[in-house]
Design a binder for this molecule. Sequence first.
Ligand SMILES: Nc1ncnc2c1ncn2[C@@H]1O[C@H](COP(=O)(O)OP(=O)(O)OP(=O)(O)O)[C@@H](O)[C@H]1O
Ligand SMILES: [Mg+2]
Length: 451
Amino acid sequence: MFNLKNSADVDGRLRSSRLPGERASGNAAYIQLRDRVQQRLLAEINPSAARGDSTEVRQAVERLFNETLAEYGLPMSRLERTDIFEQLLADLLGLGPLEALLADDLITEILVNGPNMVYIERSGKLELCGVKFRDNEDVMRVVERIVAPLGRRVDESSPMVDARLPDGSRVNVIIPPLSLIGPTISIRKFPKHALTPDELIKKGAMTPGIADFLRGCVKAALNIVVSGGTGTGKTTVLNALSSFIPEGERILTIEDAAELRLQQQHVVRLEARPANVEGKGLISIRQLVINALRMRPDRIVVGEVRGGETLDMLQAMNTGHEGSLTTVHSNSARDTLRRVETMVLMAGMDLPLRAIREQIASAFDLIVHLGRLADGSRKIVQISEVQGMEGDTVVMQDIFQFVQTTVENGKVQGYFTPTGVRPKFYGRLEAAGLFIQPSTFMPTDPGRIKR
Ligand SMILES: Nc1ncnc2c1ncn2[C@@H]1O[C@H](COP(=O)(O)OP(=O)(O)OP(=O)(O)O)[C@@H](O)[C@H]1O
Ligand SMILES: [Mg+2]
């Protein structure tokens, strides 16, 4: 079984596999070593009780690893030994080849497309990385480790599952026969640190002027919708906007998976619950929104509206819960309104379209639309005021926009500019005692932009 030709061969192969960002996991010699230790481990302990952080199991793996190395007379430096041991531990007890990617803070997304293709997103760019699994079963072993602690199961009868890692990272798993390329895992890593408004400015997602304007809008309790495509930074911006809510207000957050991190003291966090294995026990965002209204909130922050809860959210915004914030998946500020219309229809109330539009027009004050540009950067690309109704249409007016000029060395160049229109709600900002420099709304002269 363990038929290595000679120890120098194994040694060399294990060494050569340790390229940056890559592990020994795809390496035949390493796999043999790992399987041997695993076999012995299985014979000795109950693996389902095994947890990566249990010292007892860790010690057992270490002993078996040392014994196996000795058995085959593999010479190794202390450093190499530690390195390979850590990988082995991750493979046997943790999330295998994914551990190294999870530990790397620069990686924001991990996408496993079957055993041989693992993509990562680093600095906004998607790239194929060298990490590989042995086969489909190897991927499934990791999947089970992810979902088992949550009391979920992935098999032919439930081939799609949403889960979370203990650190809050979001995971979606879909397996054959639905996935035609083998078990597929998509992980959105939970950033260790949520970007603050200042950091968003530094990253070029907005300007200090835009941040001041948004701070005023949040303080003056406008209802704001953050919109954008998948992964454009909606939750990040929602979190940053929430940081502007004055201390002393009672904030209720409602989310599918708790991602928001508010610094204020008076925050009640609610999280929806998926159905269990028997399909029971579901508590939807909609139920939580309705319940939240009975909890005397000053502000309601809903992580994302996707369905019927949108109607309840609109009603809340129109009945004294101003200053509420949420996100919507959409392609432009205008598209956000169309999406919201469709989502209100999902509530099944059979409302006439005009009535829905009137609700939308009176509920929403501002739409902050995000985009992901060609170079992977995420920005606020459009800020529009929802002004009211004209005939059957909801009237919108852009207040700020990002104008892209060129792409230089793969980097998008451009500038943020006010459109020159002062928002109609400006009076509300003033009434709230907030003074925003009139120059904030003066269009930028492109000729004066520094390159
Ligand atoms: N302006 C930015 N610059 C750099 N990274 C950012 C920026 N905004 C967000 N990110 C990072 O991008 C990733 C996705 O952000 P976020 O979760 O906020 O997106 P989202 O639009 O809410 O995604 P989803 O559609 O999946 O809900 C996170 O890792 C986040 O830290
Ligand atoms: Mg989000």
